[in-house]
Design a protein around this ligand. Structure first.
Ligand SMILES: Cc1ncc(COP(=O)(O)O)c(C=O)c1O
Length: 409
């Protein structure tokens, strides 16, 4: 018998609430039920053909390491893409970019570069649940700032200012937001930058869904922190190939900062894990040649999905706020325990041989008890499947044997 024991960090690290029901869902599929996966941000939009072709074309005799911060050619191409197709006003230098294993590693590197154990970061609730995962890995705390559906998930700067204390090192916000879809305006970004200046904080702006905004003219993008005056020293942008090019499995991301010390720290972290993947960088390079229309068509498809899902849920009597961007929807349900409901939905309920896998939203809050009656739905499947999911959800709420709040009309 060994006396080895795990660290508290290893033993207590929480499972992802997004993936928690995955094995139950697979078991249900094995029993012959069709499962629609709306729990995870995995789109069914085809990965662009030039990316796939880049994988086919790879024929180096040695699959070698890449430079720790990514191929210089790729970083240069990314930098110029931002000011052409990417729609940024201010130029970005290749030297400002560190290529990482997904936006996930970019987040981890950014947080690691600016915090020490015991420090804290501010996150707007409900927030992308992995922010607290990286925080636990680093021994830091996430301090939640409550955002409310009835306020359209607006980020309240006064609540943020009031939450800052001597341990606070940074604000971390996704825009467009996961799971709220909230898109920060230029004015909101400016106010946050001013607050960060005043209080000596970094600002990590997670922009992995930047193209996915639905209410402006064709080709609109969410405003970027990199375009805000004053963000040079305190700003870090997180970006990724995953959602933009429906290439989650490429595991390609990057961070961008004009703060040289921060970028050099990220590079040293990158050296410790040697390099980001090699072949996937060629695929990203190929994707950077896609025309503007490719993005516009993708956004049209997601807008159609959003509108279909929102209308179908409203037809079921559910009170949902139309998201401005990304592909997530936070949905309050007329019942008391959405976690138990999601588990029952995937393990027991079916409508015409189909069911759906949803993520309970409580895992996206740090405040105890918050989000208990809410779920997150992703509109990553086609409109027909989304309508089926809304019908399944409506029927399941009526059949739910657990405790209910007000039944939907
Ligand atoms: C807000 C946000 N940031 C970052 C990521 C990380 O994405 P990836 O590591 O696939 O680039 C995700 C993934 O869902 C996300 O939703």
């Amino acid at each position: 018998m060994s006396n080895c024991t795990l660290s508290a960090r290893g033993a207590e690290f929480p499972a992802s609430p997004i993936r928690a029901l995955a094995s139950a869902a697979r078991a249900r599929e094995a029993s012959g039920i069709t499962v629609h996966y709306l729990n995870i941000g995995q789109p069914d939009v085809p990965t662009p053909e030039p990316m796939v072709q880049a994988y086919r074309d790879f024929n180096d005799t040695v699959l070698a390491y890449a430079p720790s911060d990514g191929f210089p050619d790729l970083r240069a191409k990314l930098a110029s893409w931002y000011t052409t197709i990417g729609g940024m006003r201010r130029s970005i230098d290749a030297e400002d970019i560190v290529v990482t294993t997904g936006g996930s590693e970019a987040l981890l590197f950014a947080m690691a570069a600016i915090t020490d154990p015991g420090d804290s970061i501010l996150v707007c609730e409900p927030y992308y649940t992995n922010y607290s995962g990286y925080a636990r890995l680093l021994g830091i705390h996430t301090k939640p700032i409550m955002c409310l559906a009835e306020e359209d998930w607006a980020v309240d700067i006064n609540r943020i200012a009031a939450a800052i204390d001597e341990t606070t090192r940074a604000i971390v916000i996704p825009t467009p937001g996961n799971p709220t879809g909230r898109v920060l305006t230029v004015e909101e970004l400016e106010a946050l930058v001013a607050l960060c200046h005043e209080r000596g904080l970094f600002f990590i702006s997670d922009e992995v869904y930047r193209e996915l905004v639905y209410d402006g003219p064709r080709g609109s993008k969410a405003p970027s922190l990199l375009d805000i005056d004053g963000s040079e020293e305190l700003g870090v942008v997180i970006d990724s190939a995953s959602k933009r090019w429906s290439a989650c499995g490429a595991r390609m991301g990057w961070l961008i900062t004009r703060n040289t010390a921060l970028r050099e720290a990220a590079l040293r972290f990158g050296q410790a894990r040697l390099s980001p993947a090699t072949v996937d960088q060629y695929a990203v390079s190929a994707a950077l040649d896609l025309p503007e229309d490719w993005y516009c068509d993708m956004v049209d498809e997601y807008r159609h999905r959003r509108d279909t899902l929102v209308a179908a849920l409203q037809a079921q009597g559910l009170d949902v706020t139309t998201p401005q961007g990304a592909f997530y929807l936070a949905v309050p349900l007329p019942l008391e325990d959405a976690s138990a409901f999601c588990h029952w939905l995937i393990t027991e309920f079916e409508l015409n041989g189909e069911t759906t896998c949803l993520a309970p939203l409580s895992g996206f809050y740090a405040t105890p008890g918050a989000g208990r009656n809410e779920v997150r739905m992703t509109y990553v499947l086609n409109a027909q499947k989304l309508e089926a999911c809304a019908n399944i959800l409506g029927a399941a709420i009526k059949a739910w044997p657990g405790a209910c709040a007000d039944a939907p009309a």
